[in-house]
Design a binder for this molecule. Structure first.
Ligand SMILES: *Cc1c(COP(=O)(O)O)cnc(C)c1O
Length: 386
């Protein structure tokens, strides 16, 4: 057998030639509109810290107090001795926030989706997924070994056609609430009607809606006025608008108890630090009470979209903080991103396979921490470069 390097190097070289190679930049500051990265100060439009809470003073203090109370490491899995009062209080607060009987914390959204889907489904079952769903939802279906249907993006006649013919034991429709790379919404009302008609369960991963959409920030479901009867399974993540780390599943008690008993990504892993849960409790309070953050975000989104339209830039039909500028070609996208960086603006290029071939893009994201003048600076730079 040839050595590792000889085996692996050709694919790496190919990636470089195709402008698909990924590099990591080294961050040396907290999150915020202005960060220190690779030794320079830049203005960024590519974080998911939509409400600007990742470095909020109250969240930092709660984190530090959590360390005082619990130390750093949680020491064990939740089912052994790692489930702290702080974790438990956060679960109760999250359940109340999304108006469901129970919530269960997972270490990450990726793990929540893998654990949840593989607990609910096996080879006798079928999962139906929007083509643009997040990788963790797609991988969850594979991990479960379930039959797999990917319907065209937001195309529910395509979905209904697949459901009609399905003889699966259980049917699960899984969708992003806000699509992570496009910023558009899944029309959840239509989906819930289809789910009901075909006797399927509907699961929404609201990683990019939670905290951002709805008057109270309860996300896509609040936006559409839907509850647990229409959407029995809700996943939220804490590393985006809530500014910390982790994820949760919320639903009825039988669902949560089943996950505690069976979800492998819950059971066989160390509980996240209790201090992270304490910090999240603080950021959740801010997200709920400081609705000005959502109002400001809406103003910045409107400002950016108007400015881009004035420049003749074609944005996608998104009214969320995710405002992608699709370029198409990966090399060109990389070049534009590099040109922006020479002007002190960081927007990491998003290329296949994260997005479909030929749809490489600048995934521009806005946060409540941005100032209108910073959005103006972005527009000026785009006017010069794109
Ligand atoms: C980011 C994201 C996840 C993964 O969450 P992590 O906590 O970062 O692992 C899952 N689903 C969607 C839609 C996401 O955007």
């Amino acid at each position: 057998m040839s050595d590792l390097k000889t085996t692996l190097k050709p694919a790496l070289d190919r990636r470089k030639r195709q402008s698909l190679y990924r590099y990591r930049r080294i961050l040396e500051s907290p999150q915020g509109p202005e960060i220190q990265i690779d030794g320079r100060q830049v203005l960024t439009f590519c974080s998911n810290d939509y409400l600007g809470l990742a470095n909020h003073p109250q969240v930092r203090v709660a984190f530090e107090q959590g360390v005082q109370a619990y130390g750093v490491g949680s020491g064990a899995a939740h089912l052994v001795s790692g489930h702290s009062r702080a974790h438990h209080a956060l679960e109760e607060a999250l359940a109340e926030f999304v108006k469901r009987p129970c919530a269960l914390l997972f270490s990450t959204g990726y793990m929540a989706n893998l654990g949840l889907i593989s607990t609910l489904l096996n080879r006798q079952d079928m999962i139906f997924e929007d083509r643009l769903n997040h990788a963790s939802l797609l991988d969850g279906g594979k991990f479960a070994g379930a039959g797999f249907i990917r319907y065209r993006h937001r195309n529910y006649s395509d979905l209904a056609a697949a459901l009609v013919t399905s003889r699966a034991r259980r049917k699960l429709i899984a969708t992003d609430g806000v699509f992570s790379m496009d910023g558009d919404l899944a029309p959840l009302t239509d989906l819930s009607i289809i789910a009901h008609r075909f006797n399927a369960w509907l699961m929404v991963d609201d990683a990019h809606g939670l905290g951002v959409l709805g008057e109270m920030g309860r996300g896509s479901l609040e936006h559409f006025g839907l509850g647990i009867d229409q959407v029995p399974i809700l996943v939220g993540t804490l590393g985006k608008a809530l500014g910390t780390f982790g994820a949760f599943v919320a639903g009825e008690e039988a669902l949560i108890e089943t996950l505690i008993q069976q979800a492998r990504t819950y059971i066989y892993t160390t509980a996240p630090p209790a201090a992270v849960a304490a910090a999240t409790l603080a950021s959740l309070r801010l997200a709920q009470t400081e609705s000005w953050r959502r109002d400001k975000l809406a103003q910045l989104i409107a400002q950016f979209r108007q400015g881009a339209a004035d420049l003749g830039l074609q944005l996608l039909d998104s009214h969320t903080p995710i405002q992608p500028l699709v370029i198409g070609d990966s090399e060109k996208t990389l070049k534009i991103s590099e040109a922006l960086l020479t002007k002190g603006i960081l927007i990491t290029p998003i290329r296949p396979p994260t997005v479909p071939t030929g749809s490489a893009r600048l995934r521009i994201t806005l946060t409540a921490a941005h100032a209108p003048a910073q959005v103006e600076r972005l527009l000026e730079a785009l006017a010069d470069i794109v």
